[in-house]
Design a protein around this ligand. Sequence first.
Ligand SMILES: *Cc1c(COP(=O)(O)O)cnc(C)c1O
Length: 393
Amino acid sequence: MTTKDVVKLYDEYVMKTYTRLPLCLEKAKGALVEDIDGKKYLDFFPGWAVSGIGHCHPEVTKAISKQAKKLLHVSNNYYSALQGVLAKKIIEHAFPGKVFFCNSGAEANEGAVKLARKYGHEKGRFEVITMAKSFHGRTLAMIAATGQDKVKHGFEPLPEGFVHIPFGDIEALEKTVNTKTAALLLELIQCEGGINIARTEYIEKVREICDKEDIVLIIDEVQTGMGRTGKMFCYQNYAISPDVMTLAKSLGGGLPIGAIVASSKFEGVLTPGSHASTFGGSPIVCAGALGVFEAIEKKNLLENAVKQGKYLVKKLRGLKKKYEIIKEIRGSALTIGVELAIDGESIYKRCLEKGLLINCTQKNVLRIMPPLTVTKGEIDRALAILDGVLKNI
Ligand SMILES: *Cc1c(COP(=O)(O)O)cnc(C)c1O
């Protein structure tokens, strides 16, 4: 089959819910991917951060191949060793508490909101405050939570109880908190929102308000988690700890997994029968996730993320001096946004033609998130492609 054949199949049989680029990938390793026609690309946005440690990382491939021969799925009315071992691993890297496993970011956030509502139920607290420009997933409750109109359009009426305020605005938060507030749900770096980074003083104040008012602070680490910002979890760049953290995307190294991590204070809030997920925490996905932790720890990938992130930003600053259309470069380790004075669509499309995969969000922010395994040589090659594209704009 060629890309053309595959596109034809999709046209006929797959729902058109995505704007797809004309690229059909067949195999990949690390930051290198190859399409079905044999053309090679550097992937600096692997699977919207899903393949955070690179495609088909050997630790992940090895772990799931081994597990695939033993047991794929166990229902949650029984036990399986790997789910317990993975929960322990996550808690050891995060904060004292417990984990619930599900299959996606939206499902993790949805479950976190259920936990917060249950916690506040007896006091009549149900409202969840979220941020403008946030992104929390595509279920009905999560499009209500997301602070972007484009995801809501046509699906009204939406579930009640979500209130949006500007990101980074403490006064707005103080004004909005009331006796019905159950939770605050936010990302520390709004990735879909354009790589907007929360300030330290802001987050410290948010923590203070949540403590004072007994509001559940839910941090959505679906995109920032698992080393993307140079720490295992992004909140570790701040002097705070969340009440509840949600994970997905790169947690499974390419396999579908999501997790709600709730601190000890919320022990027992979700009782037997109050929440469930048929596929949640199956041995095969847990094996993959344990492979991700193994790779990050054994290969010092957090250090590599910081080091290569610095190098990448330095090189991008060089491009900023050369091209006036680059307005700002912001980011944290390997979570990088390049804000342009023009629409970025033609740029990432030309990069694709030249063999570099990147993304553009909010129309004018190029999103560059190479895998944690990225090398200096790969960065040099990617930036040479971007330089060539910018030259001809
Ligand atoms: C991708 C993403 C989600 C949604 O995750 P899905 O697995 O697509 O449901 C939620 N929050 C953030 C911050 C994300 O980046």
